[in-house]
Design a protein around this ligand. Structure first.
Ligand SMILES: [Cu+2]
Length: 153
């Protein structure tokens, strides 16, 4: 996790005000994306947006591209950005939870090979109540702050 600049002062969940997508009565995961990883970096980060009509909790993540995947938060400790693993991410009823750079993210640890721009890979998220969802994660360029518009629904 290089490229951590002042822009990363924003921490924590971002509860999107534009979470007015169709209510399907089901938990949904979308806007799944990751940043390409430089050279020999063995870790990467992935981001998703989660919406659920009922309160739930993201409790585990996994992907075949990494030995393991962890849930991390980021916060400022003085002038230093620190990441730490968390056991789960609460998903409030009816509110979108957006994982994004500088905040809560999915850490991919032990990448088999670098994530390259334009690639995609599967990521499975397991929720306390809704069970598992597997999404296709689009790899954006190094330093990207979000998915490319074309990748959005
Ligand atoms: Cu991390």
């Amino acid at each position: 996790m290089r490229a951590l600049g002042i822009m990363l002062l924003v921490t924590g969940f971002v509860l999107s005000a534009s979470a007015v997508s169709a209510q399907t009565g089901q938990l949904e995961v979308d806007n799944a994306w990751a940043r390409a990883t430089p050279g020999k970096s063995a870790t990467g980060a992935a981001y998703v947006t989660i919406r659920s009509p009922t309160a739930d909790k993201l409790v585990a993540v996994s992907s075949p591209v990494a030995k393991k995947a962890e849930l991390h938060t980021m916060s400022m400790s003085g002038m230093v950005m620190k990441m730490r693993p968390i056991a789960g991410i609460d998903i409030p009823a009816g509110q979108a939870v957006t994982l994004q750079p500088g905040g809560t993210h999915i850490m991919l640890v032990g990448l088999a090979k670098p994530l390259q721009t334009g690639q995609a890979f599967p990521l499975t998220l397991t929720f306390e109540k809704a069970g598992s969802r597997t999404v296709n994660v689009a790899v954006e360029k190094i330093g990207a702050m979000g998915p490319t518009p074309a990748a959005q629904h």
